[in-house]
Design a protein around this ligand. Structure first.
Ligand code: MTE
Length: 320
């Protein structure tokens, strides 16, 4: 996401991702088990880049399978938990896997505020009480033109919104990530924190939009946004705000972090759109992590039959 000059580009971004991930897995395992030997054989990189797949967490109970979901093979746990964007823990893809583990996610509350009648701090247990959890296997397309398929466990954001009782003035929903520099190794100068995102109320209420609390049937790992993260499968990954601590109902369109950072490159809508290129790279194709050849990017990430109606009459080149 960051504006990069050639000298800043890491080998991880130009090496084939599978080779890169295999190398990371190998180095990670070596670092964990035979660190002393690895230091001699591999040099210091074993310590600098010890990407570590998340340990397996508590199994979530009563997770329903649902008809929602991509008919595609999900990426591996190791890929989904070592190749992340979570700038609060560093800007490299493997940094969150190394530095997010100490984030304290229990107890957790979400502040509900703005144009709604049920304001206040909602403990996560209350949000989840009586809430059916579902598995949704969604395509995940990052604006950087890589993609994955992820088996999330979550529930419709609409269910929580209804509990908050938005007023007629609420037109947008603004989300904020928890931020604590003591727990987050943040290379803080990279972007402004806390991370903020937003959706139009009808996008937020859409049945495809979920809040995820799990991955592969287990509690969601910290690097993937524990304990509560947004998933909007037809939008670029930067809309998928992690570790949500505040939800505010507002009248005006919120200024999301990446739009604030570089408005010519990142918009508010961020709908996956192969015909609108990023100023510095094509969005027509993508590299699925774990595959060698690039594939064609699908309009609305393949969910157009369900979501295109939300944008009827809008100029999607202007509203990128
Ligand atoms: N949320 C927070 N708080 N901080 C971030 O840096 N990065 C975003 C999004 N949510 C980010 C965030 C970006 S750019 C992407 S592509 C997705 O998280 C990546 O999600 P993943 O790591 O689960 O693949």
């Amino acid at each position: 996401m960051l504006i990069k000059r050639p000298a800043d580009i890491r080998s991880s971004e130009i090496t084939d991702k599978q080779v890169y991930l295999n190398r990371r897995e190998f180095i990670g395992a070596s670092a964990a088990t035979t660190a002393a030997v690895a230091a001699g054989v591999l040099g210091t990189e074993a310590f600098v880049h010890a990407a570590t797949p998340a340990p397996h967490g508590r199994k979530l109970e009563n997770v329903k399978k649902t008809p929602f979901g991509a008919d595609e093979k999900p990426n591996k746990w190791e890929e989904i938990t070592t190749y992340n964007n979570y700038y609060e823990f560093g800007i490299d893809k493997d940094s969150p896997s190394m530095f997010a583990r100490n984030l304290k996610t229990d107890p957790w509350t979400v502040a509900i505020d703005g144009e709604c009648t049920k304001k206040g701090n909602m403990p996560l247990e209350d949000i989840l009480k009586g809430q059916a959890l579902e598995e949704r296997i969604y395509r995940h397309r990052c604006v950087e033109a890589w993609s994955m398929v992820i088996p999330w466990v979550g529930f419709p954001l609409a269910d929580l919104i209804k509990k908050c009782e938005p007023t007629s003035k609420a037109k947008f929903v603004e989300f904020t990530t928890f931020f604590d520099p003591k727990q987050m190794s943040a290379r803080t100068s990279a972007i402004r924190y806390p991370y903020v995102e937003g959706l139009r109320l009808d996008e937020a209420m859409h049945p495809l939009t979920i809040l995820a609390v799990g991955l592969y049937g287990e509690v969601i790992p910290n690097q993937d946004g524990a304990p509560l993260r947004l998933v909007v499968p037809w939008k670029y990954g930067f809309k998928h705000i992690k570790s949500i601590t505040k939800i505010r109902f507002v009248e005006k369109q919120p200024l999301n972090t990446w739009q604030d950072q570089a408005s010519n490159e990142y918009g508010f809508y961020a709908n996956v759109n192969p015909s609108v290129d990023h100023p510095r790279w094509t969005q027509a194709t993508e590299r699925r992590i774990g595959e060698f050849l690039r594939r064609k990017t699908l309009m609305f990430n393949g969910y157009g039959d369900q979501v295109a109606g939300l944008y009827a009459g809008m100029d999607l080149k202007r509203n990128y």
